[in-house]
Design a protein around this ligand. Structure first.
Ligand code: SF4
Length: 123
């Protein structure tokens, strides 16, 4: 396995998946490169580019929900944070990813309810 070429392939493919969802790669290139490298290792060891920041359960159905990009499975949560859990992706209008803290799913869903948000952004 050539890690650099696989990272480039994942970057190309993932960009096309997250774009219609309203997300882009974080502008923090160091973080993006590090996380993609972890995903290449996870893919090599476990067969899928699993999330580097969320633990696998060994339950395949559950674990498929954390194959990158997992945005469709965590839509409201990530839309409230304007980033995914790891920070590999951010909303397209984000220029300062360091300003976006992680928020628990329960807290994010409560905020979404307060704001009347639904899972409609970007289709
Ligand atoms: S939290 Fe981000 S990096 Fe992790 S799997 Fe989901 S989209 Fe990918």
């Amino acid at each position: 396995m050539n890690t650099e070429s696989r990272k480039a392939a994942l970057r190309y493919y993932f960009a096309r998946v997250v774009d219609p969802l309203g997300f882009k790669f974080t502008p923090d290139e160091e973080i993006a490169d590090f996380l993609l490298e972890q995903e290449v290792k996870l893919e090599h060891d476990h067969g899928m580019p699993y999330c580097p920041c969320q633990g696998r359960t060994e339950d395949r159905a559950q674990d498929m929900r954390i194959v990158c990009p997992c945005i469709p499975y965590h839509r409201l949560h990530f839309d409230v944070m304007k980033r995914c859990w790891c920070g590999l992706y951010v909303h397209k209008d984000v220029t300062d990813p360091d300003s976006l803290p992680q928020i628990s799913e329960a807290r994010a869903l409560a905020i979404a309810a307060e704001r009347g948000m639904t899972e409609t952004k970007g289709g």
